[in-house]
Design a binder for this molecule. Sequence first.
Ligand SMILES: CC(C)(COP(=O)(O)OP(=O)(O)OC[C@H]1O[C@@H](n2cnc3c(N)ncnc32)[C@H](O)[C@@H]1OP(=O)(O)O)[C@@H](O)C(=O)NCCC(=O)NCCS
Length: 205
Amino acid sequence: MNTVWTDGVLRFSYMDSTEVELVATMLAKPSVCAHVFFGPNTIEETRAFFLPLVEPMQESLQRDERPQCHVFTVREAATGDFVGECAVIPVMFGSGNFTIGYQLDEPFWRRGYGTRACEFVVWFGFTVLKAHRLSGDTLGSNAGSCRIMERCGFRREGVQRQYYFARGELHDNVLYGLLREESRPALARLSSAIVEIEGEPSVPT
Ligand SMILES: CC(C)(COP(=O)(O)OP(=O)(O)OC[C@H]1O[C@@H](n2cnc3c(N)ncnc32)[C@H](O)[C@@H]1OP(=O)(O)O)[C@@H](O)C(=O)NCCC(=O)NCCS
């Protein structure tokens, strides 16, 4: 089973438990967490969230089985530098419906990498996981994330007012959705842009 992909600029690989430390350092930064519903996290808080996702994922991959949750380390293809993480997680009771997410470290913002990470999870969700729908959400104040999902074809489906309390303030949560049939033009382009680096090829639909 394939575990590593690239779009030519970024490299996406299933996260190893050792890489959770890199995520923890990133999510301890107030700047990175300024427009998300959590954080800044302690190192322990990030470990406690990510390790129960990453360890079963690695066990499934070792058995050559597709994991339930898909958490990817994002690195620059040219340098190997850690850029952040992105994920595709099944929605509870929502067969074929997955939540997508991405967090990038501050030195890598505003280079189009957030858009590339979102494109990767869109491609992965529809092509590899055969999703019928991808769901995303973000704080209303997260202009970059709203723009990224809209660039990737997601439709704004609603606002949950005062949904989160974080850093002493209430925050609205904006809901986004992308249906399989709406993603076809983007997928046609992404399927030639994203290639597997190692392992068996997955077959696009
Ligand atoms: C939000 C985040 C993913 C944006 O990533 P990025 O790599 O800077 O985004 P891109 O370079 O692909 O930019 C995409 C678009 O968003 C815009 N944008 C990015 N950051 C922005 C910001 N802080 N404010 C307003 N617009 C922003 C860009 O100008 C670009 O717009 P364009 O399409 O009109 O040119 C990144 O800042 C990040 O990971 N932040 C911390 C964690 C986080 O917020 N994760 C998302 C949780 S929902």
